[in-house]
Design a protein. Sequence first.
Length: 282
Amino acid sequence: MSPILVPQSQWLPSKTFAGQVALVTGGGTGLGLEISRGLAALGAHVAIASRNQAHHQAFLEEAQAQGWSVESLALDVREASACRDLIDGLVERHGKLDHLVNNAAGNFVCPSHRLSANAWRAVLSIVLDGTFYCSKHAGIHMLRQGFGTQLNIVATYAWTGMPGVVHSASAKAGVLTMTKTLAAEWAPYGIRVNAVAPGPFASEGAKGNLWPDDETEERIRRNVPMGRFATTQEVAAQCLWLMSPACAYVTGDCLTIDGGLSLGAGRLFADGQRPGKRDEPR
Ligand code: HXC
Ligand code: NAP
């Protein structure tokens, strides 16, 4: 089934996030960019934060053309004090923080026995440490406010495991457990914490680090029961839905958006894909 493209402004009722303030880490590229677009199109003030502000330029230009309220901030999520200062500053300027999206990540394919300690740390510190630092400091303000949502981006290999990405799979498993833990700790204070687990979708970071050539990309695509990657729009729309009042009673959950990929993992007995004589209905 081909993806259905719906403009961001129609993903949810217009102005769903009007008057609200959101922070999206890694919001200048890939999925983070699409989430940022959606939030801004539905009325939020959106701050995007990452290491390289050149990555923010396209969003800033689009925001100007669309009349969205946005800002670009430099942040390396591996630095706890930088996360604290950035979030404190955001709240000081805007009076509150309604939404945090922990989207920033790093990844590459490397067999575990060849992964250096530094390479392990590079991914763990972005994905696991960075998510905790931002969650904690946003949480401090949200606890005071008595409301807020946090959304974490994981991957289905957080629970299936995946050869070649032990660093990312271990970090995402930690983030998934963090999601449930913080959701339980903070539910009495009006804070919801959820996650999404997308299957593969195209982004420069993923293409460069995970499927650098067309052959690898095609092999991965063939493994997806739906036969295609997700679009960033399809994933971002579900992210916004989880953050919206439509999910006011949902916390600590993880929504899988993977075209059936994790269900088909292994395909031990049948690939189920090739109709033939013996597959006629009986
Ligand atoms: C082996 C590698 C490596 C590779 C880096 N390293 N790339 N080892 N294979 N391909 C090692 C380096 O040699 C070094 O170890 C250590 O990792 C740190 O490398 P740096 O280049 O100094 O790291 P840094 O500049 O901090 O960059 C972080 C990064 C990079 C994670 C390595 O890839 C990055 O910035 N990525 C951001 C974008 C991204 O990855 N997006 C993909 C998201 S997709 P030594 O020992 O030599 O010092 C995703 C989920 C996909 O996350 C799920 C699909 C289903
Ligand atoms: P992407 O475009 O490479 O996004 C990664 C973002 O993280 C970039 O904007 C990058 O910006 C930022 N970032 C990296 N290190 C950072 C750091 N230390 N501090 C602050 N920001 C940092 O990749 P993507 O595919 O859209 O990934 C988005 C999310 O989806 C990630 O959590 C990823 O794990 C998850 N995901 C992706 C896939 C997929 O198939 N693509 C599947 C499942 C889950 P700077 O370079 O400017 O810092």
